[in-house]
Design a protein around this ligand. Structure first.
Ligand SMILES: [Zn+2]
Length: 99
């Protein structure tokens, strides 16, 4: 093993650059996605930084605030599109097509 065996294993959502660590946004979906958190001396600090910035931990990685908003907005849009009224319309269209 390399000298890295002295350290706790670095999580996959961490990016390292010049011995600085940063948490990478897991999904990077929003146009103005933060992509990465602040670079810190340790990845623990980098993780604390995104926690303070209210990034959301998905279980596998972190999702930045902007992407979280993006997801929530998309969910709201989907819900609107599939609202009770529209669903009836779609159903009618579907039935007409079958006929
Ligand atoms: Zn993001």
């Amino acid at each position: 093993m390399s000298e890295e065996s002295n350290h706790e294993e670095v999580p996959t959502y961490i990016v390292e650059k010049n011995n600085q660590y940063s948490v990478e946004c897991q999904i990077q979906r929003a146009q103005n996605c933060h992509k990465k958190g602040e670079f810190c001396d340790s990845y623990q600090e980098a993780r604390e930084w995104v926690e303070e910035e209210c990034w959301i931990f998905s279980g596998e990685g972190w999702i930045c605030v902007t992407c979280t908003e993006y997801i929530v907005m998309n969910l709201a849009k989907t819900r609107k599109r599939k609202g009770p009224d529209r669903r009836d319309d779609d159903l009618e269209v579907g039935i007409d097509t079958v006929r």
